[in-house]
Design a protein around this ligand. Structure first.
Ligand code: ATP
Length: 240
């Protein structure tokens, strides 16, 4: 199981400060939630964790690798599901995965084995020959998760993976990712702006206007029996 630790991470788009002095770590092998409203900086943080953007300040360690000093080794440990889907809707599920495996230089035989394994794990084996267009939103997300896991990373980052899904599919996807975590020891970072996707004992980070305003679990951040939305309102008001 692998953890992640960020220290002193700040990022600005020109003069617009998007993240300020973030220090946090993710619990290895757990479903870690990152909660923040639109514009809090979640996608910017994912972009830094995946080296889509270069770090401006601070460092991020994935396991024992610094993404500054050993970016290739660090990135090999990460799988990512971005907010915007990048599946080709007209290709089959399997073709999408094969294309991705080829891009990453996986030999054909290895790719075929991993694709079969991942599709079985995501309960999608029977749909492998269907075009992605024929799948509902929740299943498309599972294809993206399968794709993100093809190179066998130990850390899975999901940026608002449930966005655009109906409530039942949102909950099913959330439970699905929790199972991957529990069964395979995957370390997960699940970003969301929805309180009901966070459970009381999840390791939780709350991001507000580019600053971390709380770390802990929803249960230990709560005061006087308040629910997470009330804790959130109190914590962000203090930080405003
Ligand atoms: N390319 C960009 N250029 C300038 N400012 C940006 C850019 N991308 C994001 N921002 C700003 O940086 C801040 C953080 O945005 P970010 O997209 O990381 O937040 P978020 O929490 O992911 O929100 P959302 O859920 O809406 O994507 C916001 O104020 C946003 O307007």
């Amino acid at each position: 199981m692998i953890g992640l630790a960020a220290s002193g991470v700040s990022f600005a788009y020109g003069t617009r400060q998007a993240l300020s002095g973030l220090d946090f770590s993710l619990a290895p092998g757990r479903f870690n939630a990152l909660l923040g409203p639109n514009g809090a900086g979640k996608s910017t943080l994912i972009a830094l964790l995946t080296r889509l953007y270069d770090l401006q300040e601070g460092d991020i360690r994935i396991g024992d690798c610094s993404i500054r000093a050993q970016p290739r080794r660090a990135l090999a440990q990460i799988g990512v599901v971005f907010q915007q889907s990048t599946l080709d809707l007209d290709l089959s599920v399997e073709q999408n995965l094969r294309y991705h495996a080829a891009l990453h230089g996986l030999p054909r035989g290895v790719a075929a084995e991993r694709i079969a394994l991942e599709l079985a794990r995501q309960q999608l084996a029977e749909r492998r020959r269907e075009p992605v267009r024929a799948l509902n939103g929740g299943h498309r997300r599972r294809v993206e998760i399968a794709r993100a896991l093809l190179h066998q990373p130990q850390l899975l980052l999901l940026d608002e993976a449930s966005a655009g899904l109906d409530p039942a599919s949102r909950q099913a996807l959330n439970q699905h990712v929790r199972r991957l975590c529990a069964e395979d020891g995957l370390t997960v970072l699940w970003t969301t702006h929805l309180f009901d996707e966070v459970q009381a004992d999840d390791p939780l980070l709350i991001l507000h206007r580019g600053r971390l305003v709380a770390r802990g679990t929803a249960a230990n951040l709560a005061e006087g029996g308040e629910d997470l939305s009330a804790s959130f309102a109190r914590l962000t008001e203090v930080a405003a």
